[in-house]
Design a protein around this ligand. Sequence first.
Ligand SMILES: [Zn+2]
Ligand SMILES: [Zn+2]
Ligand SMILES: [Zn+2]
Length: 176
Amino acid sequence: MRDRRPVGTAAAPAAAAHEAGPGRPDLAAAGIAELRALGERVTPARRAVLRVLAGTSEHLSVDDVLARADEIVPGLHRTTVYRAVETLGELGLVTHVHPDHGPAVYHLASSLTGSGHLHVRCRRCGEISDVPADLLDGVADRLARQLGFRLQPDHAALTGLCRTCAAAADPPGHPR
Ligand SMILES: [Zn+2]
Ligand SMILES: [Zn+2]
Ligand SMILES: [Zn+2]
């Protein structure tokens, strides 16, 4: 689903969007324009979800999205927001990634941000970090050649220890 680009998608705006400052209203506007281009309704809930996701580079669970959407449009029903997230996902404007623990987290899709990425998650502190989209290309190639398996590396986060937690786990004076 991640790779499915909606018909009529305009050229991807704002290549460096992930690094853009807070707000990123351009991305919310791009999402809204895309909804219109797809002939989809721009409901208050859909608009709020796009604004929430455009306003952060954090990795938000659907409950996080809900809490922030409620700040933008108070009184939105939970189910309405859930459905908006789901629909935006089906339309290819929002993607999710599954951490090894906890609920899926959501992003604007790379069709809006202009660049994709993979994720690593620290199993000790829970921090999720973005890593380059091509990180597992070699692995994907090998799996395809040897097993005919098509890897979808962006659908789940890789698990390990972040730098800080790895340093704390290693006794001092015994670097690896
Ligand atoms: Zn950590
Ligand atoms: Zn990310
Ligand atoms: Zn999934």
